[in-house]
Design a protein around this ligand. Structure first.
Ligand SMILES: [Zn+2]
Length: 167
């Protein structure tokens, strides 16, 4: 059985332990990217593909709202105490953390479940920002209407978010 991902996880934890308490989300992202570039050879290509890691890692940092991320050094250091049970759970932790850094969260109420936290994504067909509930996955337009379009979503960039009045 192939366990090279454990080496990558070991390196990941080492990288996290070196994060300074004053590091901002942009620096945290750059550190994760540096780790990824050195360690992706230890990860399974089909999982990288399935969880869209390349798309998250290879963004142009300046074009995305990383400076608005609520990700903190204290937050990411929770990984120091985590032992993933499989390579797939490790990749999921990583995907969630990158998502946390790259995707803007807004305090807008979900029209379905009432949760006051939505992710701002970009609908490439409607060519506008749509909001997706972090709790139930419901999506709605920035005006609060249900978003029923057949969606091809990608990460919203600063320019999209400005047009939508969210930043
Ligand atoms: Zn919801």
């Amino acid at each position: 059985m192939n366990k090279t991902w454990k080496k990558a996880w070991h390196e990941f934890r080492y990288m996290i332990s070196e994060i300074d308490d004053r590091d901002n989300p942009i620096i945290i992202f750059q550190r994760i990217r540096g780790w990824y570039q050195k360690n992706k050879i230890f990860l399974s290509p089909h999982l990288i593909e399935e969880y869209g890691l390349e798309e998250l890692i290879n963004i142009d940092i300046k074009a995305y709202p990383l400076d608005k991320s609520e990700s903190t050094p204290q937050n990411i250091k929770r990984f120091l105490n985590l032992e993933p049970s499989s390579e797939e759970s490790m990749i999921m932790f990583l995907r969630d953390e990158l998502w946390e850094l790259v995707v803007l969260k807004v305090d807008i109420k979900c029209q379905r479940c009432g949760k006051l936290e939505m992710s701002a994504l970009f609908d490439t067909e409607a060519k506008k920002v749509v909001l997706e509930c972090t709790q139930c996955g419901w999506s709605q337009t920035t005006d609060g209407y249900p978003d029923k379009s057949v969606k091809t979503l990608k990460f919203a960039q600063n320019d999209d978010l400005k047009i939508a009045g969210l930043v």
